[in-house]
Design a binder for this molecule. Structure first.
Ligand code: NAP
Length: 270
């Protein structure tokens, strides 16, 4: 898999795998564990190694399923992302939330730990300070944020003392390019990698003439063009897919690039 730099030293896959709705929505669904572990196992067998989860997903059960599926694989090959929910952003709550995620994932550390959403009622310094402690303790390798605006990201960066904010996970797709004006350039200048969630607009099959044209030109599917666009913009899309054929199709977005002129044409047309 092609790699992108994250933080100063880490190289990670340019395409990841999302886990929202695997094992429930905001509360656990224990009724299909075998099926979900199989789904995750298939994704790992196909080569997905950057895995996005959160304490919120399935009310914690998604992390349990990820942990279960990971057991048959070499953990060191994986880059596991989890997130702390905005009601847990006071210092002690962050530490507790991370412990709980590690217990559910059955891991000694997560690779990247994100603040899932900003919470204006908790000083960002307090949360960041707890995140930094988790790095000190080896429970988290890198720290970051999610759904942060430019201003909020700036404040998070300013709140760090020792460790950098290495990522901001935000909604971004070829059909929803709002982050391109300000957030993308700001993130690039500050060495913050953008992770693109809902990169396929939840598989709604949104099509556009220009994307169909590009799909034909490159011999790819519209979804592969859509994901490759995000990779070409130096961001990491994390599509979620339960179906094996979707997982395979999405992997086909890697290993080639849309040409500069075509990228510009897509930007002009959508
Ligand atoms: N940080 C945040 O606040 C936040 C918010 C939302 C999402 N996320 C993360 O981002 C991940 C991805 O976002 P998302 O799940 O919202 O949306 P998404 O990845 O854009 O869409 C997932 C949906 O698209 C379908 N799909 C996947 N590949 C496809 C393909 N090649 N062709 C047709 N349909 C396809 C999937 O179907 P099947 O499952 O049936 O295969 C699923 O229904 C989440 O799982 C989560 O990890 C983070």
């Amino acid at each position: 898999m092609e790699k992108f730099r994250i933080g100063k030293y880490e190289e990670v896959d340019v395409l990841g795998y999302g886990t929202w709705l695997i094992g429930g929505n905001s509360s656990p669904d224990y009724s299909r564990d075998e099926y979900y572990v199989k789904v995750l196992t298939t994704a790992f067998e196909l080569g997905y190694r950057l895995i996005d989860t959160a304490e919120y997903y399935g009310g914690g059960h998604t992390e349990e399923l990820v942990g279960k599926a990971l057991k048959k694989f070499n953990r060191e090959e994986f880059f596991i992302i989890s997130k702390v929910w905005p009601t847990h952003l006071h210092y002690d709550d962050v530490l507790k939330a991370a412990e709980n995620s590690l217990r559910r994932l059955e891991l000694k550390h997560v690779d990247l730990y994100l603040i899932h959403w900003p919470n204006p009622n908790v000083p960002i310094e307090e949360t960041v300070s707890a995140l930094e402690r988790l790095v000190e303790e080896g429970k988290v390798r890198y720290i970051g944020v999610s759904n942060f605006s430019v201003q909020q990201l700036k404040e998070a960066i300013e709140a760090t003392r020792k460790y950098d904010i290495v990522a901001n996970e935000v909604k971004y797709s070829v059909w929803d390019r709002r982050v391109e004006d300000e957030l993308l350039p700001f993130a690039e200048q500050n060495n913050v990698r953008i992770i693109a969630y809902t990169p396929l607009e939840r598989g709604k099959g949104v099509k556009g003439t220009i994307l169909d044209e590009m799909a034909k030109k490159y011999g790819k599917t519209v979804n592969q063009i859509a994901l490759n666009y995000l990779i070409s913009m130096k961001t990491i899309p994390i599509p979620k897919a339960e179906k094996r054929e979707h997982m395979i199709e999405n992997l086909g977005a890697v290993g080639w690039r849309i040409g500069e002129e075509d990228l510009n044409m897509i930007k002009r047309s959508l």
